[in-house]
Design a protein around this ligand. Sequence first.
Ligand SMILES: Nc1ncnc2c1ncn2[C@@H]1O[C@H](COP(=O)(O)OP(=O)(O)O)[C@@H](O)[C@H]1O
Ligand SMILES: [Mg+2]
Length: 310
Amino acid sequence: MPDAILSISGLSKTYATGFHALKNIDLEIQRGEIFALLGPNGAGKTTLISIVCGIVNASTGKVLVDGHDIAADYRAARSLIGLVPQELTTEAFETVWNTVSFSRGLFGKPAKPAHIEKVLKDLSLWDKKDNTIRTLSGGMKRRLLIAKALSHEPQVLFLDEPTAGVDVTLRQEMWQLVRSLRDTGVTIILTTHYIDEAEVMADRIGVISKGEIILVEDKTELMRKLGKKQLTLQLAQPLQSVPGALSALSLELSGNGCELTYTYDAQHEHSGIAALLQELDAAGIAFKDLRTSQSSLEDIFVSLVREKEQ
Ligand SMILES: Nc1ncnc2c1ncn2[C@@H]1O[C@H](COP(=O)(O)OP(=O)(O)O)[C@@H](O)[C@H]1O
Ligand SMILES: [Mg+2]
């Protein structure tokens, strides 16, 4: 049975400039999932997160965090949320331990050193607990922000562009970390403009473009539904053009006429491959090799956003 921990309905935001940053957003996040909100820069991802976290006021709409209304029941709602912001800002001269402990206090929660210790250990910051923040590396500072966000034992963790501008090694470390956090029972909502990040990390993906959620889907289902497959044949002899007998099929000739690519819908039971091979045989076209490939989430995303813009 679906069990929503975050429920957003009819949410819109018009900034003071008159800019319509969010348009009637409806979204439900299930307890325990990793949800990726995927969209290009300026799509409204940070605005959406900022509203849920109470940093920006909504123009219209309703947000419930585990049943608590973020407007009417702000303190209860906010205490269930941890936020790792897009911009890295930390106090330079405070120690790791104090910074994380202080964050917990901001939520009115009583001190709980055992929890702070666990968080610092989980984030590989335990041996740095007495260091001042300015002595930490960039990767450690990012982990510190996560530690701060987890200090008050939230049930939902928002990570706004957790790997923007981060090198490859650190990115993979971050992905590993996010998964291990989910394994501790925290629901994770991350925003990203990196398609591969959504593809690797998420259980479900929501695509946002120009303030509208244009699609929400289980990741594997999304790839299955929208995924096109391609069959590429290495021809024995180059062709000048696709023979007329085959013109009804979606075929493309490339590689100086040596490669024939057939694009088909992966979800159709009848792919048309058998018919293609028969037609090729009848036309006397031989091939020496063949391979198939499936479109990535990137292809899907690009075509979705393009459709929207037309
Ligand atoms: N305080 C603000 N006032 C006016 N416009 C804003 C403000 N904050 C963000 N915007 C605009 O709203 C749009 C969405 O921004 P944002 O939510 O930061 O997108 P994202 O996080 O997806 O890159 C952008 O066009 C941005 O310029
Ligand atoms: Mg943003």
